[in-house]
Design a protein around this ligand. Structure first.
Ligand SMILES: [Zn+2]
Length: 186
């Protein structure tokens, strides 16, 4: 049994009686000393917690823990959901609303880019053919297909045009993962 001496109560205690310290390994004071001190100095403790919260250290620590303990993280999430079904529904509803707003914004940005990158002389009929084909393939296969710009309209390096020779029909999933990056045509 590994032991350690608490520098406050001076008792020799099992290491499990100490909390982990970020850099030193274990805290100098045992958990019960630390707890007693925190209760006796509640204002200072609260202020310290607020600072820890405000400068993002809490979030970073929580994230690190989640990444180091994915299984525990999943289990605690699951048990929280089981205990708070209403809160979970409310969170889901809010998340969906947020996603919907983001999607709408992204959609209108795409439409604006399309309008901006469509030259006067573009073959509108040829362009609309691609959209028909995407629709037909989606229906026939039951897999969502989309019209993709080979050179993205809002690319990182170059921006393509909304013209028929810059279009192709690809499965929707590929289109999302591509984003605005320029890729070699498969
Ligand atoms: Zn102690």
């Amino acid at each position: 049994m590994e032991t350690k001496k608490c520098t406050r109560c001076l008792k020799l205690l099992e290491v499990s009686a100490f909390s982990i310290h970020r850099t030193r390994g274990l805290q100098c004071w045992c958990k019960s000393c630390k707890r007693g001190y925190e209760i006796a100095n509640r204002e200072a403790t609260n202020a310290r917690h607020r600072r820890y919260n405000a400068d993002g250290r809490l979030k970073a620590a929580q994230k690190a823990w989640r990444q180091a303990n994915p299984k525990k993280c999943y289990a605690s999430k699951k048990s929280w959901i089981a205990k708070n079904p209403e809160k979970q529904r409310e969170m889901r509803r809010r998340w969906k609303a947020k996603r919907k707003a983001q999607d709408a914004a992204a959609q209108s940005a795409r439409e604006a880019a399309k309008a901006l990158r469509t030259p006067e002389w573009a073959d509108k009929r040829a362009i609309s053919c691609f959209y028909h084909v995407a629709e037909r393939v989606t229906k026939c296969l039951g897999i969502r297909h989309e019209v993709d710009h080979i050179v993205p309209l809002r690319g990182e390096i170059v921006s393509g045009l909304h013209v028929h020779w810059n279009l192709r029909v690809i499965p929707g999933r590929l289109n999302w993962s591509k984003g605005n990056r320029l890729q070699e045509a498969a």
